[in-house]
Write a protein that binds this ligand. Structure first.
Ligand SMILES: C[S@@+](CC[C@H](N)C(=O)[O-])C[C@H]1O[C@@H](n2cnc3c(N)ncnc32)[C@H](O)[C@@H]1O
Length: 327
């Protein structure tokens, strides 16, 4: 059995939201070690599940864990912005006949604990290793490629936008001065030296933000979210539900925006008037608008402290909207 220890975040809340959907297929777009997936399949023996992950080590661990569910669980390789073609290609969902509609979708964004903890994957400033950070080792660009080739301007943007690094320009300049950089320890040391001593003593490890921003860039984590959520919402059958867990403000902003767009259907009418523009509202929010982990969970699992959960339910397409909307 592959060792893959990752405690699923906000599991009870996700089971509450996705545990009551109409019979069909769950799509876990970020399968990881299949913690959420296992609990969902245990809760609902009338459901099957397609699990997507771009990381071969996660897929191996998930396949072993899900083996006991037989053909109720299918593990597929790919990125979550390919969700539509991966689900269609799995052969599990007969779209036209609607035999097995997709009625639950889960996104648990970001990295898993084993990705951070496996020193050789080069994700963490805590372990010395080659600077890699690729979730899929076959992807073309590693963290070392970025730190050794990007311009000062691009690195500054990356650190500022990807991780709110106050000293982005200074860190970028130090990186460029110290090229070539090959390992996580070298990079961590360079970042520490770039941050003023007074700031270094507050707010966790000084290299944390740089490593987060690099990881997001290497794996194009933010760029894929809007397409993935739009396609996931399109896949869902009426009354199907989606749940999205994000872990930092950059992710949560994109999730919130994608859900808001589906909720309004692109409606351009004044806020307090009934809709007359024919927009098709695709989802309603499953309240509350956003949830956080309980105090108990936050104390038990530090990873959950920054988690934000947003959930929605798919609406049926009305004939009004399909024929051009209310006029
Ligand atoms: C937070 S972990 C999921 C943990 C999982 N919910 C569990 O209970 O074990 C996120 C997983 O999503 C995968 N992942 C992240 N971004 C992805 C993407 N764009 N496409 C496919 N998989 C992705 C990562 O490789 C990782 O295994």
């Amino acid at each position: 059995m592959t060792s893959f220890e990752h405690e699923p975040v906000m599991l009870d809340e996700i089971l509450d939201v996705l545990g009551t959907v109409p019979t069909g297929v769950y799509v876990d777009a970020t399968l990881g070690g299949a913690g959420h997936a296992t609990a969902l399949l245990e809760r609902r023996d009338d459901m099957s599940l397609i699990g997507i992950d771009r990381d071969p080590i996660a897929r191996q661990a998930a396949s072993e864990r899900l083996a006991r569910f037989g053909n109720r669980a299918t593990v597929v390789a790919g990125r979550f912005d390919q969700i539509a073609e991966l689900v269609a290609g799995s052969g599990l969902v007969a779209t036209e006949a609607g035999v097995a509609p997709v009625t639950g979708v889960l996104f648990d964004l970001g990295v898993s604990s084993p990705q951070l903890d496996a020193a050789e994957r080069g994700f963490s400033y805590r372990h010395d290793a080659a600077l890699d950070m690729r979730m899929n080792p076959e992807d073309p660009v590693s963290a070392a490629d970025i730190v050794n080739t990007w311009s000062h301007e691009d690195l500054t943007h990356l650190l500022r936008d990807g991780a709110d690094e106050r000293f982005a320009s200074r860190v970028a300049a130090r990186i460029i001065d110290n090229r070539p950089i090959a390992t996580t320890a070298e990079l961590a040391e360079i970042v520490v030296a770039a941050i003023p001593a007074a700031t270094r003593r507050t707010g966790g490890h000084p290299a944390k933000r740089t490593f987060q921003a690099l990881r997001i860039a290497v794996n194009e984590e933010l760029a894929q979210i809007p397409t993935a959520l739009r396609d996931a919402i399109d896949l869902l059958a009426p009354q199907g539900r989606g749940a999205v867990l994000s872990y930092h403000s950059g992710e949560d902003r994109l999730v919130k925006r994608a859900i808001a767009e589906a909720e309004s259907g692109g409606c351009t009418c004044p806020p307090r008037l009934p809709c007359a523009c024919g927009a098709q509202k695709l989802v309603t929010i499953v309240p509350p608008r956003q949830r956080t982990a309980s105090a108990d969970e936050q104390a038990r699992n530090p990873r959950s402290t920054s988690a934000r959960l947003r959930c929605f339910e798919r609406q049926a397409v009305t004939s009004d909207a399909t024929s051009g909307g209310a006029q």
